[in-house]
Design a protein around this ligand. Structure first.
Ligand code: PSU
Ligand code: MN
Length: 303
């Protein structure tokens, strides 16, 4: 057992008994949604996973300890503190741990801690990727490198088109990361069910996805898998409206010289502001939808 890691008793018990567990990230709590929606969403998503027969493990750093599984109070702490909590990707973990601070984990850092705990399935909203203009800025999320190396399946609603989805696909292909579409041939673009890009393989059931994961990891082909689950039809947004908000947010980020780890949170917050409450409601619903699928996959994986 890693001496920096605390596994919540409920989660440790499930893992010891071989019961299904689903990891959840915390950057979405501190940096991805406003208070108090972030706290209620984080707790509701845990309940959805429980109702679907799996144990949730929300991942974060609390007072310098890596946590696989948070208490309600810990979720509230991260939710209230918001942007003042450090956004932690792989490179940030040692700093926050050494200083005994709180940290909100990105997809990359959540995968690292899930893997340490022995959790193979992780549900979130959207992954990081290759940013638009990366040919100049070199802005490529560390999430993609983590997916290349760390054996955790990430269930998401695709990626927002604040990213260059085509280059993100190319990068994942080079790194050997499979992109699966759950009941879709098209790569979902977070707020919308489709994009002009395709997935590598369409699989239509959690059983088929679990068989894919068992084959990959059974052959010791280490690394992650992206499982793209389209936003439910009822919550999908008008592509033109979203596209316009994204273009504006991107233009403002260039004007204001936003770069590095600030880039994604800035773009997410601006897109949310520009689209009003609609995008927040969609964001919440797609996370719920991903949690349900993840619980199903986690159950099949151990079946
Ligand atoms: N995309 C979203 N919502 C999010 C994120 C990305 O639609 O909340 C967060 C995730 O935690 C992801 C991180 O891992 O942003 C990526 O940040 P960066 O691009 O700085 O690697
Ligand atoms: Mn970046």
């Amino acid at each position: 057992m890693n001496s920096y890691l605390d596994i919540k008793p409920e989660v440790a018990d499930a893992l010891a008994k071989g019961l299904p567990v689903v990891a959840l990230e915390s950057t979405i709590i501190s940096h991805g949604m406003p208070w108090p929606d972030n706290a209620t969403t984080a707790k509701e998503v845990e309940q959805i996973i429980r109702d679907a027969g799996a144990v949730p493990a929300t991942i974060a750093i609390i007072n310098g300890r890596l946590k696989a599984g948070l208490t309600g109070e810990e979720i509230d702490t991260l939710a209230k503190a918001g942007q003042s909590v450090a956004k932690c990707s792989r490179r940030d973990l040692p700093y926050v741990v050494a200083r005994g601070e709180h940290g909100a984990t990105t997809v990359a850092a959540t995968m690292i801690i899930a893997d340490m705990a022995g959790i193979r399935v992780f549900a979130t909203g959207g992954i990081g990727g290759v940013h638009r203009g990366a040919q100049q800025s070199f802005d490529i999320s560390a999430d993609l490198q983590e997916l290349a190396h760390t054996s955790v399946a990430v269930i998401c609603a695709g990626a927002k088109s604040i990213l260059d989805l085509g280059l993100t696909r190319e990068y994942l292909e080079t790194q050997g990361v499979p992109v699966l579409g759950y009941q879709t041939d098209s790569l979902p673009a977070f707020y919308t069910r489709t994009s002009e890009h395709s997935v590598d393989y369409r699989l239509d059931s959690d059983t088929d996805i679990a068989a894919f994961l068992n084959a990959k990891w059974g052959m010791n082909l280490n690394g992650g898998v992206v499982i793209a689950n389209p936003i439910p039809e009822a919550y999908a947004m008008d592509p033109a409206k979203i596209q316009q908000a994204i273009e504006q947010a991107l233009a403002e980020s260039v004007e204001q010289g936003i770069s590095g780890k600030e880039s994604t949170p800035f773009l997410l917050a601006r897109v949310a502001e520009l689209t009003g409450g609609d995008s927040l409601a969609s964001n919440i619903q797609l996370v719920f939808n991903n949690a349900r699928l993840a619980a199903g996959i986690a159950r099949e994986l151990i079946a």
